[in-house]
Design a protein around this ligand. Structure first.
Ligand SMILES: [Fe+2]
Ligand SMILES: [Fe+2]
Length: 265
């Protein structure tokens, strides 16, 4: 099977990029499944039920998130009711929502039922402290593997070391670990020795003529003065960032990983 993972969708430019480019990418790569990180899809901050619905209507099958999860209060509705919406698993017990789920991949390419497990975790280095993603991640993967060997992990983290160590820990146990959060696409896509596809960061989907998707001036002013600023979403050079991963349906091991950086018209 072939899946596309889309890096953090930022604001309406990012959403429009998905709308415009996903049909083309689906055809070009014969995609069976699409996962997107939506933590910045509402004006750069969080996500709402309406926006999630929009992303699903564009062809996204599952939405993952990260530290911007709580920016819009309506997100609780999604966490409580939407099975296709994931938050980092390692929030403290009692937080609403789910950190992993299993989905059926509907594709004419399969004569047997094909299941994919999707897991979302958040790192702890230079990030708000959550439960240990290594311990919880390892346990959760063990649990998911009882149902399917095809498992995709969005590891939302700042530090490259934490992401690499996490992927190495799960090498051979999951199909892919792709990082998000930095909004900067890395060039280290590879298949680890055990068969896990890996990319430190998928990058972000939105306006790249800015600072990580935001207008430049307020970001510079904040660094110059230390004063909080309003970070509006930038406008120009809109790219869809992510990765296409081909996975062996039977073994769950990755066959190929290819970075995606596609410009809108
Ligand atoms: Fe983000
Ligand atoms: Fe983030």
């Amino acid at each position: 099977m072939k899946l596309l993972f889309i890096g953090d969708i930022v604001g309406s430019p990012g959403r429009n990029a998905v709308k415009q480019l996903l049909p083309k990418l689906r055809e070009q790569h014969a995609l069976d499944f699409v996962i997107a990180n939506g933590e910045n899809s509402a004006g750069g901050n969080g996500i709402t039920p309406k926006i999630a619905e929009e992303l699903f209507s564009f062809g996204v099958d599952v939405i993952t998130t990260g530290d911007h999860l709580w920016d819009q209060k309506e997100v609780v509705e999604l966490l409580e009711n939407e099975k296709r919406f994931l938050r980092p698993l390692n929030y403290p017990a009692g937080a609403p929502g789910q950190g992993s789920a299993i989905f059926e991949v509907r594709s004419s390419a399969f004569d047997v039922r094909c299941l994919i497990g999707v897991l979302n975790l958040q790192g702890r280095t230079f990030m708000p402290p959550l439960e240990n993603p290594f311990l919880l991640g390892r346990e959760e993967v063990e649990r998911l593997r009882r149902q399917t060997k095809i498992i995709f992990v969005d590891f939302h983290a700042e530090a490259t070391s934490e992401k690499i160590a996490f992927a190495r820990m799960l090498d051979g146990q999951v199909s892919a670990v792709v990082g998000t959060h930095t909004h900067v696409q890395t060039a280290d896509e590879q298949i680890l020795p055990g068969g896990t596809a890996y990319l430190t960061d998928a990058g972000f989907t939105g306006p790249h003529d800015g600072c990580l998707g935001r207008e430049i001036e307020p970001v510079i002013k904040r660094f110059l003065t230390g004063m909080p600023q309003r970070f509006e979403v930038a406008k120009n050079r809109v790219l869809l960032h992510g990765a296409v991963i081909e996975i062996d349906d039977v073994s769950g091991k990755a066959i190929k990983i290819q970075r995606v950086s596609e410009a809108t018209e």
